[in-house]
Design a protein around this ligand. Sequence first.
Ligand code: SF4
Length: 419
Amino acid sequence: MARQQKIPLELYIHIPFCARKCYYCDFLSFRALSETHEAYIRQLIREIRAVSAGCEDYQVVTVFVGGGTPSVLEPEAICRVMEAVYQCFDIAPDGEISIEVNPGTLLQKKLLYYRQAGFNRLSIGLQSADNRELRHLGRIHSFEEFLKSFQSARMAGFQNINVDLMSGIPGQTMESWKNTLKKVTMLKPEHISSYSLIIEEGTPYWERYGKKKRGREKPQALPNAADTPGLIQEPMDISRQELPPLPDEDTENQMYHLTRRFLKEQGYGRYEISNYAKPGYECRHNIGYWTGVPYLGLGLGSSSYLAGFRFSNERSMERYLKLDFAAPGWQDLLYTQVHQLTRQEKMEEFMFLGLRMTGGISEIDFVSAFGVKLETVYGDVIRQLTASGLLKRENTRLALTEWGMDVSNFVLSEFLLED
Ligand code: SF4
């Protein structure tokens, strides 16, 4: 009898530690004592062993170790986590294995460890090539430190590097943004993610700038954890700091259009609203999220989508560290917000997520997923949006036009179905 093919699976591993909290950040990340780092890694490995026992039917096609700042940890800790991952899961030989790092925490030694641990893709958080802007963001590094990290990464053999950039930073001008784009593209990273700053409630930026603006798009954000022993609470009052105003809406729009034009000229294809890559270097992990590949989150606060269920891991460090993965019923304590997606929700997600990509969605895939034609479910809305120039149809694919991408929040919300 032929062996059944395994189901592709993506792994996301959350490392919730940073050297210091950036002023705009509401991700689940904090400074912590090294004992807490160690306790967390030990618990994460226990989780990996426990959770993988139910994943025999899956083959892992991508792994993303993100945060926080995974590179604040001793590299041996990351190697131990990856050892457990390789022991417990079936990892595809050509898997994309990424780690998120920040300049200022990245030494040559760490990069060599990462190569040994199986990482073949690096994602570096730069945000800006202007040191004043970096200070305004509360980043711990300078552009020069980023340059060193980038060169060290190349020397360590990384041939697939992403650089994260941010527009709409306080004090940023068209000129400084263009300068950032120029300086970064001169290094020829394979991939660039460019997001607009979002002022999130609960951050020091919120106090300073208030809800004056929302950015165009943002990656999944996680609120901060409560006070926990072993985590360092920082004085985050920036009210006395001289922070310049945010760029106005017009300037921010111009920055957004410049990004698209400039990166295109430099040979970067835009394959998603905020993501650009040299041909063949599109991030497989992210594409998996947008095309409905199941993913399993490991570690504090991480999210999963598996067998039609969405769920999140415990978000309190204290409770996470107390979990006993050998005791029956640990799943009930680890997993929160468990929700089985209805057929209607799956259709909506198919559209919301798939249309984020410039290649759009396939009508044939829609029929195979739901047994019904796209036209039957979304015929009216597709006709309206196409007539307005926001959607385009090419053969059996449907995608946002450039204008549709510019106003994607509006267009995507049109695909919500009535109950
Ligand atoms: S923005 Fe990144 S580096 Fe800064 S605190 Fe948040 S997770 Fe850490």
